[in-house]
Design a protein around this ligand. Structure first.
Ligand code: PMV
Length: 269
């Protein structure tokens, strides 16, 4: 049996979502993680992460010593690799009758907390979804109504950061104004996606720029992200922001027309 789970990317709503604001997030269908039984295990950061999860499940260590994780989701990049691993392991437990179906998400959240501290659950909801969702902590995610498909691409800043540290950095600033601004970006993006492309694109651009401003104000734009942002704007991007916890990781860009190949990165949709 094979358990395949995609990555995820966040359109808008990071950080404020931890304190109850909504967010828009989508599965990253071009990248996925696979968990399967195998006798040929190779050392990797994800295999180590799986061992950490196994430590919380005494009695299953023999079964887990035969589980292999492979993935093309970049690790620690804000693209949901730990959420994908957590969901894959919870599904594996369910399939082998170690977990009731209705507890898959709660168990995956326990695993995710090993890596992220207390997360909003946004990543888990996204990697479990079949399309973009509107998410609010503690509520069932709602499928997002999209009347058009924005040209959105994801680009690697080449640097990595810890989600836990970024979340703490933002929480310590206690900037309620920025949480509110991020919530406005989410409202704007949601409305933009319900309109036609011609009517919605400038609203979506403004929403992404508003979210980008929050990242700047929180001090979560490192030099590499700032340089890549400049490069994307010079190539014609309409709006650019970090996707995920920031301070490195991946950036998201919105385009009016399909960008030149070298700026296509990973397609969001
Ligand atoms: O896992 P990341 O780096 O994509 O961050 C998830 C989004 C945050 O809002 C920063 C944290 C959370 O738990 O929602």
């Amino acid at each position: 049996m094979k358990f395949t789970v995609p990555g995820k990317w966040i359109l808008v709503g990071e950080h404020a979502v931890v304190r109850g604001a909504p967010a828009i997030v989508a599965p990253l269908s071009s990248r996925s993680l696979i968990l399967e039984e195998s006798t040929e295990l190779e050392a990797s950061p994800l295999q180590t992460a799986l061992e950490k999860i196994a430590e919380t499940l005494p009695g299953l260590s023999e079964k887990f010593s035969r589980l292999k994780v492979s993935s093309d989701i970049p690790v620690q990049a804000g693209l949901g690799s730990s959420a994908a691993l957590s969901v894959a392991v919870a599904r594996y437990l369910e399939a082998h009758d170690f977990l009731p179906n209705e507890e898959i998400l709660a168990k995956a959240q326990e695993f995710e907390n090993i890596f992220h501290g207390s997360s909003s659950g946004l990543d888990l909801a996204a990697v479990s979804a079949s399309g973009p969702i509107f998410f609010r902590r503690g509520e069932d995610p709602k499928p997002l109504t999209c009347a058009w498909t924005p040209k959105i691409y994801l680009h690697d800043s080449g640097t990595r950061s810890s989600t836990k540290e970024c979340v703490e950095h933002v929480a310590n600033q206690n900037r309620k104004d920025l949480d509110q601004l991020m919530a406005m970006a989410v409202d704007g993006a949601r409305a933009a996606l319900r309109l036609s492309e011609a009517e919605g694109i400038s609203l979506l651009k403004d929403a992404i720029l508003t979210a980008a401003k929050c990242f700047e104000e929180w001090g979560l734009m490192n030099a590499e992200s700032a340089a890549l942002t400049e490069k994307l704007y010079r190539a014609g991007a309409l709006a650019v922001k970090p996707t995920g916890s920031g301070n490195g990781g991946f950036l998201l860009s919105l385009w009016e027309n399909t960008p030149p190949e070298e700026f296509r990165g990973l397609p969001g949709f």
